[in-house]
Design a protein around this ligand. Structure first.
Ligand code: SAM
Length: 358
């Protein structure tokens, strides 16, 4: 099998990613007579062979099932055996985009570590590009070679066991991009610069500490690099739930009885420029709308004065606080939270304006 191509049905020798639950993935190699044993039961490999990737596989006890998935680099990153800290898909996608990686790119990477990033790079540069990956830890370099071999990627990658800081890369003007995930990347940038093809080629260094970033930037500037940019990649996990909010007063709909039409117009007007509108500008608009609401006595939709209002409520998963600037389209309209830590206003799809009364 190859991570860089696809086939439909599970075969002997394939790497399969087993989906046990949303947070539990496991990678196995399909073997003759093999049995996957986990908390959900026993799953003989023979029951997987010939099934399409994505199939439900039932345990011997028939009570539970898992799913057998094709090994994409993203799934591999979540299931691989950790030999080191690894880079995850959020950062990998930023790196691949800003390094402008594409089929045919030649990339240098150090260190290889657990080869999480390597798999994504290889998939991106295939079928005509190449990854040169450098790892000074002999066992890690060897295990990475074995992984690439098992995943049908050996022709797209060269693993070298070498100290990238002390010995350099030993490559001249070959690379479209160099990626460094090293404890002291500043010691590798000079050699990395020699390995780059020239103007337009890009270098990225990934560091967990700002001090490392500062030192690397200083060295890069000294070497004449321009447009040095530092990014932080963050995932914001939002959770939407239907709930009732206390201390909210429902006001009449200001724009007539056709509340759905009003909502559709509102969605159209706000959807397009959602990214560009400043939070303060949004709030001004909303305040203007609210004045209008108070002026209008027509078209009462809902029950003015009701202190409980059911709304679709967005919270930020990590903080548990209402998510700022969240827009959530629903079949019957749009829901909009404004940019304040406390929810202050929202437009509802059924044409009501719900205002925080506090
Ligand atoms: C954090 S890990 C890299 C993880 C990798 N990016 C991934 O996604 O799996 C850093 C690796 O760099 C290797 N390393 C550290 N210094 C090195 C050097 N001077 N030359 C080559 N490899 C080095 C370490 O042995 C380690 O395996």
């Amino acid at each position: 099998m190859s991570f860089a191509s696809y086939h439909d049905n599970i075969e002997l020798g394939d790497t399969v990613i087993l989906y046990l639950s949303p947070t539990e993935l496991e990678a196995i190699t399909i073997k003759r007579g093999g049995v996957e044993r986990n908390k959900f039961g026993d799953f003989p490999h023979a029951n997987m062979i010939g099934k399409p990737f994505g199939s439900k596989i039932y345990a011997m006890n028939k009570r539970s099932w898992i799913m057998a998935l094709y090994p994409t680099p993203e799934l591999w990153t979540r299931a691989l055996p950790h030999r080191t800290q690894i880079i995850y898909s959020t950062d990998i996608s930023l790196v691949a985009m800003y390094l402008n990686l594409k089929p045919g790119s030649v990339v240098i990477e150090s260190g290889t570590g657990s080869a999480s990033l390597s798999h994504a790079i290889i998939r991106t540069v295939a079928p005509t590009g190449h990854l040169h990956t450098f790892e000074y830890h002999e066992q890690r370099a060897q295990l990475a070679r074995q992984d690439f071999e098992a995943h049908g990627l050996s022709h797209l990658v060269t693993v070298r066991c070498r100290d990238a800081c002390k010995e350099g890369f030993g490559l001249e003007r070959v690379a479209d991009a160099v990626f460094l995930d090293l404890p002291s990347p500043w010691d590798a940038v000079e050699s990395a610069t020699r390995a780059l093809k020239g103007p337009g080629a890009k270098l990225c260094s990934f560091s967990p500490c700002l001090e490392q970033v500062q030192k690397t930037c200083t060295r890069l500037r000294a070497l004449g690099y321009q447009d040095i940019i530092t990014y932080v990649g963050l995932i914001r996990h939002l959770s939407f739930s239907h709930t009732k909010m206390q201390n909210f007063v429902i006001r009449p709909n200001p724009k007539g009885t056709n509340s759905n039409k009003r909502t559709a117009e509102q969605s159209e007007a706000t959807d397009g420029d959602a990214q560009s509108v400043q939070p303060s500008a949004k709030r001004e608009n909303i305040e203007a709308e609210d004045e209008e609401t108070q002026a209008s006595e027509t078209a009462v939709v809902g029950n003015p004065g009701v202190k409980w209002a059911p709304i679709e409520f967005a919270t930020e998963f990590m903080t548990g606080r209402p998510a700022p600037s969240v827009r959530h389209a629903r079949p019957h309209g749009i829901f909009d939270l404004c940019d304040t830590p406390m929810l202050s206003y929202c437009f509802r799809g059924d044409g009501l304006i719900v205002q925080n009364d506090q």
